[in-house]
Design a protein around this ligand. Structure first.
Ligand code: ADP
Ligand code: MG
Length: 313
């Protein structure tokens, strides 16, 4: 008696399972994407193949194929974050391969670009500055000129060629540093040219602090030899004759000799910067030294004034 019960139970479980299985299968085969795939491979896919691959088809349906379904890459809903499924016929069954989603592709590209732009002491928003969402504002011909030149630079520059950088000057908060960041991103994106952006006041302070230890030379080498150097906010630093002559002077001298493009941003125009470089110092010799630095800056860059409202709140 018990045996019969067991058998009946098993049988009913089996029928139940069979029923659920059929329902599930029908659900899967009703799915639009699955239907499309089966239609595309008509004649190639047999019903046995479908039966054998139902788990895969189920997995495929459960995964998102549209980045708009997720808020961002971090909250991607798929099994493998940043990857979306694709159905393929593989031998006698249907299989899934995973390929990077649109967001992941964009993110990886972005990472590569960011790696090219090393930066010392530069705020994150400047690094993210891009041409795509760059707001030119009104009455700012300087911005357009700077971009036109960045474009020309990206098209024409080959390592070793002698091409000037830009000296962007204008008052506080008009977007000079942001513009440098956007130019650096532009060069990285279009020409895979790497830039080093250095915030001058911090850099000089650090150089003074590490005076006497070996990191001074290491940092100097890195800054001197960077394929593209952007000296951000020159003139805002506390100048001493050591930083002016041994640090700034020697960086600029090296870059002139080696034809290495150098960009600047400053609150000062050339005349005011010269004054800053001479200030607090006395005597003819100091004036000469300041003038020598100015000659190098002028040799290395084209001055462009950036106007506009103060964007800092
Ligand atoms: P500056 O270097 O001239 O003092 P910043 O480049 O630091 O000014 O810009 C000031 C603020 O305005 C920053 O927070 C920057 O992110 C923002 N900003 C500047 N230019 C733009 C722009 N074109 N589009 C969007 N934000 C900008
Ligand atoms: Mg700035």
């Amino acid at each position: 008696m018990e045996k019969i019960n067991e058998t009946l139970k098993k049988l009913s479980m089996r029928t139940n399972f069979r029923k659920r299985y059929e329902e599930e299968k029908n659900e899967i085969l009703k799915n639009n994407e699955i239907r499309k795939f089966l239609l595309e491979h008509e004649g190639e896919i047999t019903s046995t193949m479908i039966d054998n691959s139902l788990m895969k088809l189920h997995e495929y349906i459960s995964q998102s194929k549209d980045c708009r379904n997720c808020a961002d890459l971090d909250s991607c809903m798929n099994i493998m974050k940043g990857y979306e499924p694709e159905l393929v016929v593989s031998g006698n069954s249907i299989d899934i391969t995973y390929r990077p989603c649109q967001r992941k592709v964009y993110y990886d590209e972005r990472k590569k670009t960011e790696k090219l732009i090393q930066s010392i002491y530069v705020p994150k928003d400047i690094l993210k500055a891009s041409i795509a969402d760059f707001d030119f504002g009104v009455n700012t011909p300087g911005r357009a000129m700077a971009f036109e030149y960045a474009d020309k630079f990206a098209r024409e520059y080959v390592p070793g060629a002698s091409m000037k950088g830009l000296y962007l000057f204008g008052s506080f908060g008009v977007g000079k540093s942001y513009l440098l960041g956007a130019i650096a991103n532009h060069l990285a994106e279009t020409k895979k040219i790497s830039s080093l952006i250095v915030y001058v006041p911090e850099f000089f302070r650090e150089m003074k602090q590490s005076l006497g230890d070996h990191t001074v030379n290491e940092k100097m080498e890195m800054v001197k030899k960077s394929p593209i150097l952007m000296l951000d906010d020159i003139g805002a630093e506390v100048m001493s004759s050591w930083t002016r002559d041994e640090i700034l002077g020697s960086i600029l001298q090296f870059r002139m000799q080696e034809n290495l493009p150098t960009f600047f941003s400053s609150n000062f125009d050339f005349e005011a910067l010269k004054h800053h470089l001479t200030y607090s110092q006395r005597g003819e010799e100091e004036k000469m030294k300041a003038a020598r630095i100015m000659e190098r800056i002028k040799y290395l860059s084209i001055p462009i004034r950036i106007d506009g409202p103060n964007r800092r709140h």
